[in-house]
Write a protein that binds this ligand. Structure first.
Ligand code: GDP
Ligand code: IMO
Ligand code: MG
Length: 422
């Protein structure tokens, strides 16, 4: 098995960072392929918990090579902040983290646009992370974006940034928002370029060469299947394809190169930002999951909306991505619930459906539940599958049966060792 793609199966924050880190001891190259600093992937090693936004999560091992692929939108200042924090704690990534020359840059005017567009949406705001993601992908699709390859030519970079800032100022003026200072943005971009340019290269060839050499490659998805631009709860989605197809395009490898698709799902559901969430629990259980699971955004600190495991949505994510194996996270957080609810269908227009609806129908879907008895006690000491409570194993067996994929890993805490492989 040389190439593994790892995908979030819900609305993000499934614990992808933990799973990537816990499995990267057996990986040579770890690749981020889409999204940008909207991602917040938490990695806990010993007592230290770190949130990585752009640096691939597998890079805390000293010998892994990291790639920020062509599909990523890269905020240069954010990346340098992250690299400096890692270097200060003894993780020097120099010479082993590479940036695709094709990756698009996120600059301060994208963040200002993100804020302005959210304000304009008023009541219908998406609740974005305000990291400039949508506007950067708008520039990419509109073919005006600035790419990381341009960091190599400071003169050209300055001219391009000033030109784009002027164009954004025309839009910002029409939205009645304060303007950006193009020269100041160009100064910062040129300063970042001096440090980042040596890391920029053709990563498409690097990754394909690694595959040809039978190296173990892990593609680390960001966000999740239900935030996918095409297959998620549009328009309450992110601006990239978090789908397997987006990951492949985002690092430039052919579909046939992928040996294994791992999906990461929480044992319940969370969502941060606006949009439909059929199994959301507004009562005590939702609050207990938030408290016990520390469900506050890794990127924005916002409280996450919490609710029950949704097998209609999970089956959709597994099926559309061809997921072979599920890593089930945060099973420990269910402890103490008197009942564990699992959504098996949606009631819609008087009928029960088992497929995830598009359009606005998911807003109207009423969940149909199957209830399992709860369990008490800590799971963090469990080391083998048989150590898990019987009722949890029943939920897992039911999930496997419904979603047609095996749960091959159960995570019972944020640390590396709190990982049970089957
Ligand atoms: P990601 O974006 O998918 O990487 O997930 P986040 O890092 O945003 O959020 C997951 C949170 O849950 C982080 O705080 C992790 O440290 C934590 N976490 C991951 N796996 C587990 C687990 O099995 N149990 C518990 N209690 N916490 C976990
Ligand atoms: P990770 O990789 C959870 C959500 C935002 C908002 C919507 C659009 O940590 O799982 P954007 O800033 O992308 O335009 O926001 O998508 N969102 C995430 N939610 N985890 C993430 O990433 C997310 N990235 C974006 O909250 O609802
Ligand atoms: Mg996250």
């Amino acid at each position: 098995m040389t190439v593994t793609a790892l995908i979030g199966l819900q609305w993000g924050d499934e614990g992808k960072g933990k799973i990537v880190d816990a499995t990267s001891d057996a990986v040579d190259v770890v690749v981020r392929a889409q999204g940008g600093a909207n991602a917040g992937h938490t990695v806990k090693v010993g007592e230290t918990s770190r949130v990585l936004h752009l640096v691939p999560s597998g890079m805390l091992y000293p010998d892994t090579t990291g790639v920020i692929g062509n599909g990523v939108v890269l905020d240069p200042a954010q990346l340098l902040t992250e690299l400096d924090a890692l270097a200060a704690s003894g993780h020097d990534l120099e010479g082993r983290l590479w940036i695709s020359d094709r990756a698009h840059l996120v600059l301060p005017y994208h963040k200002r646009m993100d804020e302005a567009l959210e304000l304009l949406r008023g009541q219908s705001a998406l609740g974005t992370t305000k990291r400039g993601i949508g506007p950067a992908y708008m520039d990419k699709a509109g073919r005006t974006g600035i790419r990381a390859g341009e960091l190599r030519d400071p003169g050209l970079l300055r001219a391009r940034v000033c030109e784009e800032a002027a164009s954004k100022n025309r839009l910002l003026a029409s939205l009645g928002t304060s303007l950006v200072d193009g020269e100041a943005i160009a100064d910062e971009a040129v300063a970042c370029a001096a440090r980042l340019a040596p890391m920029v290269r053709d990563t498409v060839t690097l990754v394909n060469d690694a595959i040809d050499a039978d190296q173990r490659v892990l593609i680390e998805g960001a966000q999740g299947a239900l935030l996918d631009l095409d297959l998620g709860t549009y328009p309450f989605v992110t601006s990239s394809n978090c789908h397997l197809g987006g990951l492949l395009a985002g690092c430039g490898i052919p579909p046939r190169a992928v040996d294994r698709v791992v999906g990461v799902a929480k044992a319940y559901c969370t969502r941060v930002g606006s949009g439909p969430f059929p199994t959301e629990d507004h009562g005590e259980a939702g609050q207990e999951l938030r408290d016990k699971g520390h469900e506050y955004g890794s990127t924005t600190g916002r409280p996450r909306r919490c609710g029950w495991l949704d097998l209609v949505a999970l089956r959709w994510a597994v099926r559309t991505n061809g997921v072979d194996e599920i890593s089930l996270t945060k099973a420990d957080v269910l402890s103490g619930q008197s009942v564990i609810r699992v959504c098996t269908g949606y009631r819609l227009n008087g009928e029960e459906t088992h497929t995830f609806p598009g359009g606005g129908d998911v807003e109207r879907a009423e969940p149909v539940y199957r209830d399992f008895p709860g369990f008490d006690g800590e799971l963090s000491e469990a080391r083998s599958y048989d150590d898990l409570p019987e009722t949890l194993r029943d939920v897992i067996a039911f999930t496997e049966d419904t979603c047609k994929a095996s749960v091959t890993l159960v995570s019972t805490g944020p640390e590396r060792a709190q990982t049970i492989r089957r």
